[in-house]
Design a protein around this ligand. Sequence first.
Ligand code: ADP
Ligand code: MG
Length: 792
Amino acid sequence: MARPCYARGEVATVQELQEKLRRPLAAELAGGCQNRVVAGGIEKLLASPLGNPFPKVREALSGYAAMDTAARAEALQAALKLLSGDPKAKASSRPAKVAAKTAPPQATAGERLPPDAPLERLDTGLGGTRKLASLGLHTLRDVLHAYPHRHEDRRALPDLSQVQEGQKVTVEGTVISKHRRTPKPNMLIIEITLETPSGGRVKATWFNQPWIERQLREGAKLVLTGRVKKFGSRVQLGVEHLETVEGAGESLSTGRIVGVYDSKDGISQEFLRRSAFRALQAVPLGDYLPVHWRQKYAITDLADALWGIHFPHDEAHLQRANARLRFDEYLFLELRMLLQGEDAVLQGKRFEARGEDINKFEGALPFRFTNAQRRVLLEITDDMRSDRQMARLVQGDVGSGKTAVAACALYLAVRDGYQGALMAPTEILARQHYQNLTGYLGQLDVRVGLLIGAMTPKQKLEMQTRIAEGDVDVVVGTQALIQDNVQFDHLGLAVVDEEHRFGVQQRRKLLTSRPDVLVMSATPIPRSLALTAYGDLELSIIDELPPGRTPIETKLIQDNYRTQAYGFVMKQIREGRQAYVVTSLIEENENLELLAATQLADDLKTILPEARIDLLHGKMSAAEKDYVMERFRQREFDILVSTTVIEVGVDVPNATVMVIENAERFGLAQLHQLRGRVGRGSAQSYCVLIAGEHSKKTRQRLKIIEGSTDGFVIAEADLKLRGPGELRGTRQSGIPDLRLADLANDTEIIEQARELAKHILANDPRLEHPRLQYLRSELQNRSQSVAFREVI
Ligand code: ADP
Ligand code: MG
């Protein structure tokens, strides 16, 4: 390895000594004041010969180990000021007249600013405030919470003689030469040679990126990240990330684990780091979570966390910073949900829900409850017996027995003298539920009624009257049930099927008469997602199918085997079975989708001339869809070609094959839902996934469906496979901004945060206690986010 090209003098100047001491102190400050940057601690450093020439610095930092983080930061700043050769520090000691010209006043080292202070108070350099504003950052708080989206380890820079072809490396150095060429009129090639401090050389080339040229001047200090290409001993870098570092930014951008921020053209990483650093220095980072809670959940304090997310001194620091900040995100989310769902913790109905009635219900069933059903039923009856209004989500795969459990709960409500209601998203599902409930409850002398739009006005009026007069015990219906002219006599329990089809508003409407509410969903979403998406609901999961089910056989095939696949479908039809064939387009365009489905149906009529084929699509009215489904159920035709509108759970027990064309275009949850349409009877059922062109990653996804029929396993695997990047899309489902959230792995943290949120509100439902003042104002600050307002 080449030696530095100049030799240092033997005798250190005062400046050099200052610098030697300044560096570790600055690193300590940047590292969050953990007293871990220097081996043996800060005080030991100052007791060493290095500290001798600087008694004042020693004094400023005496007792360092015993100080809390904020006091340490202050002491370090004071010490650094003493050591500083920084012209800015001098500037601040200039006569007041000069300083007065540079309004607004800026934070000098050591000055404390409130987190909602505007950014002008932070000395971020020319145009700094404007730059930050263009990134949506307007206060110091915004800057503190604009976390890096990733971190780069720049502690040990690679030895250039050792790097491998294709290896990803970060190098820093000085531009020692630059060549620009325009071999053709529209082509610009800029090539530079970078020399690292140890004398290694790297070449890097940019094509047609004139805007970068400014940063590549000779003498500029750069940090480049990219992949290595080797030409003999020459190292060329395919640059993916370029940073210019200068002056103060150097210690923040090199030789450490460095955060990389969301930015845009013209706003450098170095600038963002410097802004974050100044904000961390300026804002007193008092913690809104008292120490006993932090201890209970083993989370670090806020100052440590914020320093650690921006300037971690090692991986462990970054990790605990991340854990704490994630905890906070979930905590505030849960607090918001619980405060919002205030209705949900209010007085509800109080049922007796007698054990003997449960036995009576089960005794009338042709089967016994599974353990999972029994457990969920216990959770429900606990809620029913308490004064609080029940707000519970029961999740379980299609066919896991949710409806049977809900029927039991409705029976208990009726036995306690209340009415019950069951709402379904479509008329055909309402009818299906009506049949099921009549089956479960009719024999137990419960009067079950149906109220749907398709009934005649006279029939509707009659049912409404019976509901109002308490002449019917359980009513099944669609949205029609929550229309204003439906008055229940004494509604006690409302069951809502397939929550996601209803808006939150609609749920609230049902809640106005304050019945207990049970929501059933067959959409298998991972527990973490359920906890956040339905934060105001308690969660019960039926994770076991009733015994004796034959699992659906799933086969993933490539589309050149399509004809064989349909041969198999025909075989099933000859045996008297029916089949679904589903198709989809990438774009959600109903016209195109209809066209695709129509073409597919025509195509199948050619391949399978004997089969009776009909079509279902999204452009049909609800009544038309119901009509087609009813005919399919009556076996009036063999193959139902459909767009994805059949997703919602209609039972056709005789349908045993589900073919999904272009399976690569569907999400896993959707594939699982579609597959759930078959296997509703006793016969062996099949699902055939026909995949067109697709990537390796897509194949992995489809393999998950082929390999498992457990909705929760699939949902978890899907979440893991998609990775946190795409999870940001969870915002669409109404989850407020979770910046650090990793829903695939955060279940435990979410549950802890939820527990703490509940505990806090149980003792102080409106966060009024003075001790919770900081927590409350932090909640308010976070609630300003647009996403949150959308949720309400
Ligand atoms: P889900 O509402 O979750 O789709 P259902 O309650 O409709 O499930 O049950 C699906 C089918 O399984 C129904 O035919 C039901 O009678 C039956 N079933 C429910 N629970 C059991 C059980 N414990 N043992 C056997 N069969 C059951
Ligand atoms: Mg059901």
